[in-house]
Design a protein around this ligand. Structure first.
Ligand code: ADP
Ligand code: MG
Length: 728
């Protein structure tokens, strides 16, 4: 016993970086080579087909069957040239991650030979047998089948030997079964609400785009060590493990030199990402040991989210090539930082104006302040729902822990914007918002810097922070599909903008100038935002919790209870008014959320109790046996003095005995809690019971971690934190 562990650890330690794939040329030469984007479409389609496809992508005009056939033919030729043999609709069901079902191009031609075939119908729609995806009872009750439909706004790409077609996933009765469908609807709702408001400032505006720049955090662990940790394998996190003597106290990992094995992995991921048209920009070590981050340049939000899902797949596969396993779990290790996925989010017009950045003149600034304040008002109104949108069994370990984000959604405005808003409340409504320094210092009553020089807010405790030209929603978990959070945010902002525009219209119809009307309508929002959602202080402090509750912000810390936000009358209004979900979909999705939560937590409960009995107790007993043998030997060899000589051993035996008994008792309690949760039918009640079991799991873990500290290193059957975290 025990040596298996040392073999594993030594094997992992001895690994060297493997050579990276070196493609021909520089990244700009092969960027997008595996994507059927505009460049490839133009090359492989005749000009009329190309024009129709572009019209479909840009203006949402449906493709007729004949054109779809021609597009499919062009795609097929291109795909075959790149070695593809299969095609799949690639979609994002309500499990985290993506789904695909590959069909070969190969088709018998009826004469005993085969040909490669792909037509418009298979491009546009497929019917995966999808009854096993989570659906909250929609299909069980209403319709057994679902279908996937091509989303032409996200380009088709090749992964390995397969042509992947980004798609939405919908039941036959029309309910969304995925993340993409509601997200696209929410982006459209936001566009529809924002365009009329923008036109007050510039009648030329036709479209408002949403932008997303995600920052993906992740851990890497050596695959040999991973394989020796059944908890990591089955649940994505360590359910036990005493903290390492050194972890992140010295902050020596953050932005440090990237270890060579990891650098090789990153390089390969970037090459693969560039070929897929993903503009990866930054890579660095994160705060915790073996934690890293990757971020691209921001893109249109739907595309950016697809790219995030794609790169997570790529990372998972390439990690194995380098002898790593990538962990996207929000909290794989207790006691050190977890992983998030900051969503940098903004809006911009087709005329090139960033709506969350200061404008070029007073009017542009007024437009900026309008969007800025309305976003905050939307976040304020739906703060509880926004929190629910990022809540999950795994993100629960970050929310509410002493780590960004706290379990209260507030917004960081920064000093500049806070004082601009305060000033605006004091001055007459038609006061122009000038740009500071433009016409000499201090000329206007209200001034905004043209660019925020130090816009990088380092108040990492704020879940929703303004960073100069965008908001950074930091509460999103590293394993999440960004669409979950951004659907809610976009819907909330769309609702708010629409209501605001109606108010402004009314004021204008009563004779106000645009400037006065806008500012008159903004002032009550500004006052409310400053008093409620705006908070620049320490989000981890106890005072903030109390203050937030007094301000009426949602302070719920129980994840299953947070999910109740999805079916409040406020939320139902939000989603039905914006046309994103109907009531049936909302209810079904909430079932899925509760079910997923319970399932994950109860798997952890089962796993931890089994490991306690099968791995931990035997190690404790073995150690006890060694100690007892030693006491026995002392007694035989020193018949007169053995009692004094064996004091320490006997103390150790007593301590480990007590822990062994405690572990057994706590494992039994955990099993009982799990079983009583499993016996419940109601999804919400079950999730609440599962949450209780999670509490029992924490207790069990405490005892196990104490035993680990006490027990002979040689006998411990699992790789320890210091090994998991410091070998790379
Ligand atoms: P930091 O770690 O300081 O937050 P990073 O460089 O890691 O910054 O990531 C910032 C992300 O924000 C990048 O993806 C970047 O492209 C994106 N971003 C920058 N400006 C905008 C914007 N206007 N809208 C959306 N995302 C943006
Ligand atoms: Mg960052």
């Amino acid at each position: 016993m025990g040596h298996l562990r040392f073999d594993v650890v030594q094997g992992a330690f001895k690994k060297k970086a493997i050579a990276v794939e070196t493609p021909d040329g520089k990244p700009s030469d092969f960027f997008g080579s595996l994507v059927f984007g505009r460049a490839n479409s133009k090359k492989y389609l005749d000009s009329q087909t190309y024009a129709r496809l572009v019209h479909c992508v840009d203006d949402g005009v449906p493709l007729d069957a004949a054109t779809a056939d021609k597009v499919a033919e062009g795609m097929k030729v291109w795909a075959l040239e790149h070695g593809a043999t299969h095609v799949t609709h690639w979609f994002q069901p309500l499990t985290e991650g993506t789904a695909e079902k590959h069909d070969a191009f190969l088709t018998p031609d009826g004469t005993g030979c085969v040909i490669e075939q792909f037509d418009g119908k298979s491009l546009v729609q497929q019917e995966p047998d999808a009854s096993s995806f989570p659906n909250g009872g929609i299909r069980a009750t209403f319709e057994a089948r679902g279908y996937t439909a091509w989303d032409p706004t996200s380009p088709v790409f090749i992964q390995d030997d397969t042509l992947c077609i980004p798609s939405v996933f919908i039941s036959y009765t029309g309910e969304a079964l995925d993340y993409k469908t509601p997200f696209k609807k929410a982006l459209k709702a936001l566009n529809d609400a924002a365009v009329p408001l923008c036109r007050l400032f510039d009648p030329k505006v036709q479209r408002v785009y949403s932008y997303l720049g995600w920052e993906q955090e992740y851990f890497l662990v050596d695959e040999d060590l991973f394989a020796a940790r059944p908890d990591l394998m089955l649940t994505g996190r360590t359910l036990m493990g005493h903290s390492s003597s050194k972890n992140q106290q010295l902050s020596d990992h953050y932005f440090g030199a990237i270890p060579s094995r990891v650098a090789a992995f990153m390089k390969d991921v970037e090459t693969a990402g560039y070929k897929l048209g993903i503009p990866l920009k930054t890579r660095h070590n994160e705060v915790a040991p073996n934690q890293f981050e990757m971020a691209p340049v921001y893109e249109e939000a739907n595309l950016a989210n697809d790219h995030n899902q794609m790169i997570m797949n790529v990372m998972t596969r390439i990690a194995r090539k380098h002898g790593f396993v990538v962990l996207f779990h929000e909290k794989p290790f207790e006691g050190i930082n977890g992983s998030g996925k900051h969503n940098n989010w903004s809006m911009g017009t087709d005329t090139g104006v960033q709506l969350l950045a200061p404008g070029k003149d007073a009017r542009g600034n007024l437009q900026f302040v309008t969007f800025f304040v309305n976003v905050l008002a939307a976040v304020q109104r739906h703060n509880g729902l926004l929190k629910a949108s990022v809540a999950s069994a795994s993100n629960a370990h970050r929310l509410g822990a002493h780590e960004a984000p706290p379990a209260i959604v507030s917004a960081f405005l920064g000093q500049t914007m806070t004082s601009v808003l305060r000033k605006l409340l004091e001055v007459p409504s038609d006061t122009p918002i000038t740009i500071s320094g433009k016409k000499g210092r201090g000329i206007g009553l209200v001034e905004i810097p043209e660019i925020f020089v130090d816009n990088t807010d380092r108040n990492r405790t704020s879940p929703f922070a303004f960073t100069g030209n965008r908001f950074e929603f930091r509460a999103v978990g590293s394993s999440a599909n960004c669409a979950g959070a951004l659907t809610v945010l976009s819907a909330a902002v769309a609702q708010q903008l629409k209501a605001f525009k109606a108010q402004v219209d009314q004021a204008i119809s009563k004779g106000s100038s645009l400037e006065t009307a806008v500012m008159d309508c903004l002032k009550p929002l500004i006052a409310s935002v400053l008093d409620t959602i705006s908070f620049d202080g320490n989000g981890y402090s106890e005072e903030w919790k109390a203050l937030a509750a007094r301000r009426g912000l949602d302070t719920e810390t129980s994840v299953p209870k947070m999910f109740c936000q999805f079916t409040t009358p406020e939320t139902e209004d939000l989603f039905t008014q914006t046309g994103i979900y109907n009531l049936k979909e909302l209810e079904a999705r909430n079932e899925v959320k509760w079910e997923t939560y319970s399932t994950k937590v109860l798997i952890e409960a089962r796993m931890a109790a089994r490991m306690a009995l099968n791995h931990i107790l035997p190690a404790g007993v073995e150690y006890q046996k060694r100690l007892l043998q030693d006491v026995d030997l002392l007694r035989q060899n020193f018949p007169n003095t053995w009692q004094g000589l064996s004091d320490t051993q006997i103390t150790l035996i007593r301590e480990s005995s007590a822990l062994i008994a405690e572990i057994k008792g706590r494992a039994d309690a955990l099993n009982a809690a799990r079983e009583s949760a499993e016996a419940l039918d109601d999804a919400c009640q079950k999730a609440l019971a599962a949450e209780k079991a999670a509490g029992d799991l924490r207790l069990l873990r405490e005892s196990i971690d104490k035993l680990e500290e006490l027990t002979d290193n040689d006998l411990w059957p699992l790789p320890k934190y210091r090994e998991l975290l410091f070998i790379n």
